[in-house]
Ligand binder design. Structure first.
Ligand code: CMC
Length: 426
């Protein structure tokens, strides 16, 4: 028998179906709420709203669980590569050897960026933030690669183009911002190694690839690959629901990610740790400020809408951080400050009572710094990682037979009807 939830309004009872997900979580299907009752729901920030059914990523915020297509992120971080994980997300299952090779070859084939696009980079102001540049460039890709008539082919090629070219464009923008010669992708290098080479190889100092650093970058991207209905993914789905092209939808996701409450937190964490260092290295005053309700300051890299325990990605990132710094023999004073800050906050009743733990961004910036990635590129690194998730979620929403134009309602609180007053009478 179908389970239902009852809603009583003015003594009248309405029943709505209960939905059950494959991991047992339940939701009330209120899709007929307004037509049956005249009511809408009020849910700021959509904290209680399931906007879709999805079979891509499972999170349990209370237990600290994250799985892509059923596979725990810990296992993927240990055994997989970013490209394989991207394939898993996009296609639903892990590839066999032939499928993986074919996918890698396609990523290589599409890795070049139209030479005219280089011109664009040259004309952004030097201080332009790379996230703004990236979202503009991704939007512009549509004009260089017009739509194909076959829809399946269009989606496959656009997916491959995005995964491959965004990585090339990110490295290109870095080289151009430094006034250096652009390094092209190499067919003999795999995805992450190719990116590092495009970023750091130079005619006067050839870049030496270190397999441990390449592995760390793969793990970094795997940890960011999807996170169900987060702000940027919700933006991609919302913008995509108007049936705009995929490039434009992804460009919207990049802009949502840029903000410091979302992906921009990885840059904000390092800026915060630097401020602590400059003020003498004691995290206590910063913890006190984060607790002060009259101060808008928050501990960056702490807290999460879904996780009410330690972010499982942060645990892995912390381990990777120790490994990369040891491997590269980097002694980063910000790591000591981060550890002290974490220790101070986790002992504090405010953070305990509010379930505030380090999230993925808390240690990731220190990993990126050690690799030589500049601070203003940190969120771009997150964006490259999140691409497979955005693309997969967009595809799922487009294929969803229940999918609709996203168009929330509101509770209007403005003036009621009043008449226009001519200028001379005001
Ligand atoms: N420092 C101090 N207090 C905090 C923090 C923080 N980082 N995060 C939440 N709180 C407090 C907040 O003041 C509020 O307190 P009260 O109930 O007493 O008024 C309570 O916790 C709930 O906060 P909220 O803003 O309603 O919760 P949310 O679910 O909207 O916030 C968040 C999630 C990520 C926006 C928030 O925790 C935050 O601003 N964190 C810092 C930014 C950050 O690290 N973002 C990266 C998130 S992980 C990467 C990603 O997936 O984007």
């Amino acid at each position: 028998m179908e389970q239902t939830a009852k809603l009583i309004v003015d003594g009248k009872t309405y029943e709505f179906p209960l939905l059950k997900g494959s991991e047992g979580e339940q939701a009330i299907d209120i899709s007929l709420l307004r037509s049956r009752t005249g009511l809408v729901t009020y849910d700021p920030g959509y904290a209680n709203t399931g906007s879709c059914k999805s079979s891509i990523t499972f999170m349990d915020g209370e237990k600290g669980i994250l799985r892509y297509r059923g596979i725990p992120v810990e296992q993927l971080a240990e055994h997989s590569t970013f490209v394989e994980t991207a394939y898993l997300l996009i296609n639903g299952n892990l590839p066999d050897r032939k499928q993986l090779t074919r996918f890698s070859v396609m990523l290589n084939d599409h890795s070049l960026v139209h030479e005219d696009m280089r011109e664009f980079f040259q004309h952004f102001p030097r201080r332009a933030h790379p996230m703004g540049i990236l979202s503009s460039m991704v939007n512009a890709l549509r004009f260089f690669y017009p739509e194909l008539p076959d829809q399946d082919e269009e989606i496959n090629i656009t997916t491959t183009r995005l995964l491959s070219k965004v990585r090339t464009m990110a490295a290109m923008s870095y080289k151009i911002s430094r006034g250096h010669r652009v390094v092209y992708p190499r067919p003999d290098l795999l995805y992450a190694a190719n990116f590092l080479n495009m970023m750091f190889d130079s005619p006067v100092l050839p870049y030496r690839l270190d397999p441990e650093v390449v592995h760390a970058l793969n793990v970094f991207w795997i940890l960011h690959a999807d996170h169900e209905q987060n702000s940027s993914t919700a933006a991609v789905r919302l913008v995509g629901s108007s049936r705009v092209n995929l490039y434009a939808a992804i460009s919207a996701g990049i802009n949502a990610l840029w903000g410091p409450l979302h992906g921009g937190a990885n840059q904000a964490v390092v800026e915060m740790l630097t401020r602590i260092q400059e003020s003498g290295g004691d995290p206590a005053p910063f913890v006190a400020r984060a607790k002060d309700k009259n101060d808008s300051f928050r501990l960056m890299g702490f807290g999460h809408r879904v996780y009410k325990t330690y972010d499982p990605r942060a645990k892995i990132m912390k381990r990777v951080c120790d490994q990369v710094l040891a491997r590269l023999r980097v002694k980063d004073p910000l790591l000591d400050i981060a550890r002290r800050l974490e220790e101070t906050a986790l002992k504090d009743s405010y953070f305990i009572d509010h379930y505030l733990y380090p999230n993925v961004d808390f240690y990731s910036g220190i990993v990126l710094r050690a690799m030589g990635i500049p601070l203003n590129m940190f969120t771009v690194m997150f964006a490259i990682g999140r691409l497979p998730g955005w693309i997969t979620q967009w595809k799922e929403s487009i294929d969803d037979p229940e999918g609709k134009l996203h168009r929330p309602r509101q509770v209007y609180t403005g003036e009621t009807k009043r008449d226009f007053v001519p200028l001379e009478e005001r």
